[in-house]
Design a protein around this ligand. Sequence first.
Ligand SMILES: Nc1ncnc2c1ncn2[C@@H]1O[C@H](COP(=O)(O)OP(=O)(O)OP(=O)(O)O)[C@@H](O)[C@H]1O
Length: 311
Amino acid sequence: MENAKTESDPKFISIEGIARRYPAPGGGSTTIFEDLWLPVQRGEFVCIIGHSGCGKTSVLNILAGLEEPSDGVVVVDGQAISGPSLDRAVIFQGHALLPWKSVIGNVGYAVSSRWRKAGRAEVEERARRFIDLVGLKGNELKRPAELSGGMRQRVGIARALSIEPKILLMDEPFSALDALTRGTLQDEVRRICKSTGQTVVMITHDVDEAIYLADKIVLMTNGPEAMIAEVVENPLPMERARDSIHREENYYAVRNHLVDFLVSRSRTFKAEMPAGYDRRHPPVVRLGRPPEPAPAPANTIPFPVIASARD
Ligand SMILES: Nc1ncnc2c1ncn2[C@@H]1O[C@H](COP(=O)(O)OP(=O)(O)OP(=O)(O)O)[C@@H](O)[C@H]1O
């Protein structure tokens, strides 16, 4: 029941020139976004940030195979996406659980859809393993109506992870939760994804959530005709803890960079496009100290280094 995971693959997911257009009310069409290009490495945790309406959910739905792009293609592990697949699990904001099934029934249903020949005991053992993993041990027989919102979201996470998807897709999965539950679930998702080498694409509006979870943060300009402005490499160490993350070197540099983008550059980016900007290779921003630092005052703020995605 295990999928073999192989070593580094810089284009495990390859978004190649996708566009999304809808018919406009008075005729013609509205372009939500156009010509998006993005590679995602195997095992990478990528967050997409942008203002409401720039097309983040549409991008995720295209990755899930739930929507077709108006143009372009997405290739996953060498194969173009042509529809939904159990290789790509989606966790939505709502929980989308089967209300008549118990926790173990919901997770087990996904497991048996994935491994149709698996016996009942094997399915149950696997379902229990993932229920434990998300901290729901003891709640196996409860139905969704008997669970809190946070617990339901845990079931959704257990269900998605139990099928060992090649990609985990998450659309603001924690936004409806209270701050305490959100923090705990972020910790668990990060721990599980990092320990299993899960490739993740997640949408969030929350800058702090992105900094805590992501390896890379994709910044989208405002729609219509949204584009990928840049890809920010998270400069924080892989080992990071939510309660001390603000003390990490570069934490404020990356946070300020993201907030500055959302507050102003997401609007002005197109008018002030950097020279040499290439949609096929959106700029990669590496926040860090200069390579040859002169002895700097103790409070020097790290500055962004912009590199090409081809580096
Ligand atoms: N079926 C549709 N027909 C017409 N327009 C649509 C359709 N679906 C989405 N849109 C439009 O496409 C745009 C992008 O929607 P999408 O949900 O992908 O954005 P988003 O960035 O995820 O927004 P939010 O952050 O608010 O969820 C919106 O302006 C929306 O109105």
